[in-house]
Design a protein around this ligand. Structure first.
Ligand SMILES: Nc1ncnc2c1ncn2[C@@H]1O[C@H](COP(=O)(O)OP(=O)(O)OP(=O)(O)O)[C@@H](O)[C@H]1O
Ligand SMILES: [Mg+2]
Length: 228
């Protein structure tokens, strides 16, 4: 766009198109300058580059090969994270985790998974927060989060399902939730990084699986698979 509109505006194709449109390159140039368009293009470009840099720094940080994985029981990790979430002080009062009923449907005696404890907690916490925020905003009656754990012997993975009875998502939103910077929240409330980082942690760092099922007015369920 910037080539066609000002950087290479004297190209023959441009001159011809301007004539066909009943104007001249000179007046288009003048219009662009008067309306500050070149500056706008520059700022779009540099903002885009800055955003790309942030994402790439963030991903290389979490790709850290030296971080050591240890053996964990996923049920215990979930318990710890629930405790964390309930003491999670939130200045903006977007949600109160204590108002949410937590139902645990755990499978006991699960085989251990190999993981980085803090990263898996980060993923779980983000999913809890998202659910709590969504239910608070939608004024969901009897807000509940159900957490299930199970073992899949064929895949040699433990699965965690986190389900809320909140507002759910439309297909258009659901398709984009794992994209960096995708958020439906107000400016300053969400950065849109929570789920994209979570997806990266699960699928790249831990070679696991992460997916979502959601239906409007019924709720949302995140499913995470983690190898033993
Ligand atoms: N449980 C849920 N119910 C309804 N919508 C959800 C739920 N979880 C996520 N979403 C949708 O997915 C979007 C992206 O979530 P994500 O965690 O990546 O970013 P965020 O929560 O908006 O911001 P951040 O996590 O950076 O604070 C949310 O803005 C919301 O629209
Ligand atoms: Mg989030």
């Amino acid at each position: 766009m910037s080539n066609r509109l000002y950087k290479k505006i004297d190209m023959p194709g441009n001159i011809k198109a301007a004539e066909e449109a009943g104007t001249s390159i000179e007046s288009i140039k003048r219009f662009m300058t008067l309306r500050n368009i070149p500056k706008m293009f520059e700022s779009i470009n540099s903002s885009g580059k800055r955003a790309a840099e942030i994402v790439s720094n963030m991903l290389s940080f979490s790709r850290d090969e030296h971080a050591r994985k240890t053996s964990h029981n996923i049920n215990e990790l979930i318990e710890k994270t629930i405790e964390l979430a309930s003491t999670d002080y939130n200045v903006h009062k977007q949600y109160d985790f204590k108002k949410i009923q937590i139902q645990k449907e755990f499978t006991h005696n699960l085989p251990l998974i190999s993981c980085e404890e803090s990263k898996i907690q980060q993923v779980l916490l983000n999913i809890f927060r998202n659910g709590a925020q969504a239910m608070q905003e939608a004024h969901t009656e009897n807000p509940t989060i159900i957490i299930r754990t199970m073992f899949n012997s064929e895949k040699k993975m433990n699965y965690v399902e986190i389900e809320d009875n909140g507002p759910g998502m439309t297909n258009t939103i659901k398709k984009r939730i794992f994209e960096p910077f995708f958020t439906t929240k107000e400016n300053g409330i969400g950065t849109g990084l929570g789920l994209s980082v979570s997806y990266f942690i699960i699928t790249e760092n831990h070679k696991g699986e992460m997916s979502v099922i959601s239906e409007v007015d019924i709720g949302t369920r995140f499913i995470i698979g983690l190898p033993l």
